[in-house]
Structures are given as C-alpha cells and as structure tokens.
Design a protein around this ligand. Structure first.
Ligand code: ASP
Length: 440
C-alpha cells in the first residue's frame, strides 16, 4: 500500500511539487492560448479530422466553480465562530467597541475607494454582447431589506438558502457565546465551551485542508474557464486584466496614504515615518505569504515595537486578522465594477453602490485570513447585485479571469489587510492612553 502511494506521488509529483502560484499563472496563459485555437467554438485538429467543441472543455472549469461554492458556507461558519470565540469577553467590552467601529469604518471607506478606482480605470472585458440571458441584471432588493436581512428569522433557513450576511451575524453571536462559556467559573460551562470551541476549530482546520486541495485543481479550472471565455470573446479581453490589476494597486496605495496616513498622522497625531518603520515588516510578510493569519506573529511584534500595550494588541490584532480586511474590500469594489462593466456594459446605480458597500464590508468580515479567501467572498458581493456566477454565464467567465490573476491581487490586498489592523490598533491604543510614546 505504502509503495502504491509512493508510486502515485511520483506519478503526479512534477505537478504538485511545482509552485502553485506559477501553475495558476501558467493555467491562465495556457487558457488564453487554447481559447485562441478555437474557431466558432470548435477546435479542429486537422491531421486527425478531430473536432472538439468548447462545450467539452467547460465542465472542467465549472467543476472548479462548484468546488469553491461548496466550501463557502462551512468556511464562513467555522472560521467566524472560532474567531469570535477566541476573544475574551472582558477585552470585548473595554476595547472592542472602539476597534470594531474603526475596523468597520475603514473597510467601508475601502469599498468606496475600490468602486471609485473601478469607475476611474473603467476595466471591462466587454462580454456583454454574447450573453444577454446569462448576465441579465436582476433586481437587487432594497437596501433597508438587505440591512434587516442581516438578522435571520431562522438560522436553519439562512444556512440552507445561503443568506450569507445572516450567517455571518449568527456566527459572530454564537462565537461570542462560546467565548463567555469558556471563561465561565462554572466548570461544567467551561468544559462545554471548550468542547464547542474544539469542535468548530476542527471544522475550520478541515475546511482549510479541503481548500488547499481544491486550489491544487485551480490551474486546470482556470485554464478551462479562461479558454472558454477567450474562445467566445477573442483575445481583446486580456488587456482588461492589466487594467484591473492597476486599478486594485492604485486603490491599495490611495488607501494607505489617505486612510491610514490620515488616521496615524492627523487623528492620532503620530509620526508617519516612525509608524512605517515598524509597519513595513508585517506589510512585506503579508505580501509574500498572502495570509493575515500567518503574518499575525510579525504584526504583534510590530505592535510591541510601536509601544502598543499587550492588553490591546493581543485582542485587536487576532480580531483584525479575522474581520478587518480593507485590501479585500478594495479588491471587491474594483472586481465587482470590472464584472458589471464586462457583463452589463455599465457600472452600478447609487442603490447598488449602497448594497455593495454593506455586503462587501460584511463579506470582508467573513473572509478568512488565508490565501485566496477574498475571491470566494467576491461571489457573495456579486450575487448581492444580481451578478450570479452560474456555470457557463458571462459572469462566470469574467470571474474566472479574475481568478487567473488572483494571486497577484491577493499579495497587495493581504499587505493592506494587516497594515489596517496595525493602524487601527495603534490609534485605539493612543486614544486609550495605552501607547508608550517614549518609543516614538
Ligand atoms: N489573503 C487575504 C488575507 O489573508 C484574504 C483574501 O484573500 O482577501 O488577509
């Protein structure tokens, strides 16, 4: 048996040993080339008289989309419950409200910056002509209904119907309940809290493993999805991905300068130069690892070096790594605009912008601090304005193009995510007189 396993491993070793990031980029490039070989949706292999319709390629991409959707609900449930139950109730009261409000405000600003960059750079793959039916603009619900819908009438129904905002709300409450059980002085309650925590922690870990496995398939999924888009629309759409990248990075840069710069310098009255001297370490680590969670020890060390009291950062940074994702919010604003422009041929109306700000802010809360999680949550933001990612639709095609360059966009957004956590933490510490200014 062991020998058999080894043989299998060796058989696909060349695939699994090769860096995933490069594999996905190769998948993207190969998808473009393959798509260009199709003529009128058919690939003709002349010497053999073979004809391959694009329909045969599509299922390889669609299965990838299904796998991503499959893990969305369990990953949100488990990571949010674990995240919220790791916070001690005592800290929640003292610093919690301030930090959460700051996290939410900066995330909402980030979505607006993302949408603004989308409008400014106007990235579009112009898929509109081909897919009337698939990209039909659904009537988005009224904003007040979306806000009210955050509170579920029935938890079971919100899970079954995939009303993600309601699931996020319930998971946070449930996690806080577990946190208070874990901290109870009654041994029975304490044990119950710890068992529940371990249970959801186990689910979260298993989901991470499954996602890792799914990502091994990403190069093939991206190849098939992109080949289908290019076969149906031609190569002209590729340049638009460059514009998406540019718009995202311009948004990231603006957010750092205007929002974090503004917070640290004007709101906190602190030196920017001193701040970035220590903030650069988590920034670079996050850029390379693409994981807020993975960067957490470095972010904590920077907070310590900046003179933030441990009481504050030991609570606010893990919370931030779970719920505060400004880079992800910017990315969602830009990508949603790209997909709307590509499919509908026009951007968002004012009510739709309201929806996106609410949904993307909450979606960034639901985004796990691991590589690629933001792309999963983009599905949710798109659905909130009627851009359903269904197999074979133009929305799915445009979404697949984004997936092809997601690793690159993820580097920038993760770097921003952790910088956001550190900025808000430093400011709250300063305001609560828990910052050792002698270190500045
Ligand atoms: N990779 C990001 C993070 O860890 C999440 C995302 O994919 O947006 O913060």
């Amino acid at each position: 048996m062991a020998n058999e396993n080894n043989a299998k491993k060796r058989m696909l070793g060349w695939y699994f040993d090769f860096n995933l990031l490069y594999r996905i980029l190769i998948g993207l490039a190969a998808g473009v080339v393959l798509g260009l070989l199709f003529d009128g949706g058919i690939l003709r292999i002349k010497p053999f008289g073979f004809e391959i319709p694009i329909q045969w390629i599509k299922p390889f991409g669609n299965v990838f989309l299904r796998l991503l959707k499959m893990v969305m609900m369990p990953i949100i449930l488990s990571t949010l419950i674990v995240g919220a139950s790791s916070v001690s109730p005592a800290n929640l009261g003292r610093v919690g409200l301030r930090i959460v409000v700051l996290y939410l405000i900066t995330s909402a600003l980030a979505v607006l910056i993302g949408l603004g960059m989308g409008a400014l750079f106007h990235p579009s793959a112009e898929l509109s002509g081909v897919v009337e039916a698939a990209g039909k603009e659904a009537q988005a619900p009224a904003l007040s209904d979306t806000l009210l819908g955050i509170v579920p009438e029935s938890v079971a129904r919100s899970i079954v119907n995939e009303t993600i905002l309601a699931v996020i709300f319930f998971s946070l409450l449930f996690g806080m309940g577990i946190a208070s059980l874990k901290n109870s002085s009654d041994q029975r309650l304490k044990t119950a809290g710890e068992v529940l925590y371990s249970f959801f922690d186990g689910i979260a870990e298993v989901m991470m493993m499954i996602i890792k496995g799914i990502m091994q398939y990403a190069p093939i999924g991206v190849l098939a999805l992109v080949a289908a888009v290019v076969a149906e629309n031609g190569a002209r759409i590729i340049g638009s991905l460059g514009v998406v990248t540019l718009a995202c990075f311009a948004g990231y840069a603006l957010h750092i300068i205007a929002v974090y710069g503004g917070l640290v310098k004007w709101y906190g009255g602190l030196s920017l130069r001193r701040y970035f001297k220590d903030a650069k370490d988590p920034f670079i680590t996050a850029f390379v690892t693409r994981s807020s969670n993975g960067t957490l020890p470095i972010t904590m060390e920077s907070a310590e070096n900046l003179g933030v009291h441990k009481d504050i950062y030991s609570f606010s940074l893990p919370l931030g790594a779970t719920i505060n994702m400004d880079g992800t919010a910017i990315y969602q604003g830009v990508c949603a605009t790209f997909i709307a422009l590509s499919v509908w041929g026009h951007g968002f109306s004012v009510p739709q912008i309201g929806h996106i700000v609410v949904t993307a802010t909450l979606a960034s809360i639901g985004t796990a601090g691991v590589p690629g999680a933001g792309a999963l949550m983009l599905l949710l933001v798109l659905e909130s304005v009627g851009l359903q990612v269904t197999a074979g639709s133009a929305v799915a095609g445009a979404y697949a193009m984004i997936l092809g360059i997601d690793a690159l966009l993820d580097m920038g957004r993760t770097a921003l995510n952790v910088t956001g956590d550190l900025s808000c933490t430093t400011i709250v510490a300063k305001k609560m007189k828990e910052l050792d200014t002698a270190k500045w």
